[in-house]
Design a protein around this ligand. Structure first.
Ligand SMILES: C[S@@+](CC[C@H](N)C(=O)[O-])C[C@H]1O[C@@H](n2cnc3c(N)ncnc32)[C@H](O)[C@@H]1O
Length: 311
């Protein structure tokens, strides 16, 4: 226990130092200095770690919240920079690998699809909320995993949507025709949410657990019964980079948790939760799973569909 505490203390000290350096940057736009600091931050947060951010002191909590805000702004600028760079090339889709976190999105969209496939065979309509200027998540699902699905991408930033449409405009007709973009704040979406078989909630929509909870409650109010939510979250030290979605908030939002995936290794940064909209709010609890594995949750009244699967 002693060793674990000192490991956590050393990690928090390192991240605090990186937060201080990032906070001093004149701009968060990509540059050798910005790239170096964020590469060091990701390298510090990705390895598995015993850190539990809910147990941080108030000062470290405040630092973490500000760091998530800085990471969100930097990610938006990084995606805009690469979206501009890629769409200036001939055949942009042949060069997507130039984006530094390309592999993360290739692996993440495959993981999300494979876990989703066990609960939604062939979704006709999918919404991706928080698609950004580089909509890799929905683009890779459309290109590689869901050839007949229509995707509605929502982002509150019209400039991000403009960039995204330009990039997707370079895709082949079969993909282009199935990808639509809408400028909207998630809180303003209501009846339209009832049309989707699956709704993805991007990691950076909602900066705090409270904002995430409110957004999930809003989605629960308007999504169709039986529809599936895929909410991106964070675990361990990665919770210094992204907000955490609390499983209780998924349940309170009217969803039953079907699976939780915390990626081990460094092939994917984001955790994600797959949950089904219930006609009534059921109380859910775990039948036990270790953090490296996906696990199937059960309602207290009975066993949820599907087996406990540990890889
Ligand atoms: C930078 S992108 C990152 C998405 C990432 N590429 C992915 O696939 O998860 C996050 C986007 O979420 C959008 N966003 C943040 N909060 C939002 C909200 N409340 N409603 C709609 N869009 C939002 C931002 O405008 C931003 O473009």
């Amino acid at each position: 226990m002693e060793a674990e505490n000192s490991e956590v203390a050393a990690l928090v000290e390192k991240i605090t130092g990186l937060h201080a350096a990032i906070s001093k940057l004149a701009s968060l736009s990509p540059s050798p200095e910005v790239d170096a600091l964020f590469t060091e931050l990701v390298a510090a947060c990705v390895p598995s770690s015993p850190v539990d951010v809910t147990k941080l002191g108030p000062e470290a909590q405040e630092m973490r919240q500000d760091l998530i805000r800085l990471c969100s702004a930097a990610e938006g600028l990084l995606e805009a920079h690469y979206s501009n760079m890629l769409t200036a090339l001939d055949n942009p889709l042949d060069h997507l690998g130039r984006f530094p976190y390309f592999d993360n999105y290739i692996n993440l969209s495959k993981l999300e699809h494979d876990l989703l496939a066990g609960h939604v065979a062939a979704p006709a309509r999918v919404a991706f909320i928080g698609s950004g200027p580089l909509p890799f998540s929905s683009l890779f699902l459309a290109m590689y995993h869901l050839p007949d699905t229509r995707f509605d991408n929502y982002d509150r930033c019209s400039v991000a949507n403009g960039r995204a449409m330009k990039l997707v405009g370079a895709a082949d007709e079969g993909v282009r025709a199935r990808m639509a973009f809408h400028t909207a704040e998630v809180a303003d979406l209501t009846a339209e949410l009832g049309a989707y078989d699956v709704v993805f909630l991007a990691a950076l929509v909602g900066m705090t657990s409270e904002e995430k909870a409110n957004t999930i409650a809003h989605l629960g109010k308007h999504m169709a019964d039986g529809a599936v939510l895929v909410a991106r979250s964070a675990h361990g030290a990665r919770a210094f980079l992204y907000p955490v979605v609390e499983l209780d908030d998924i349940g309170r939002g009217g969803f039953q948790v079907l699976a939780v995936h915390h990626p081990a290794g460094d092939e994917v940064f984001n955790s994600f939760i797959v949950a089904r909209k219930q006609e009534h709010i059921s109380t859910v609890g775990t039948i036990g799973c270790s953090w490296q594995h996906e696990c199937i949750w059960t309602t207290i009244e009975g066993v949820a569909d599907g087996e406990m699967s540990f890889k």
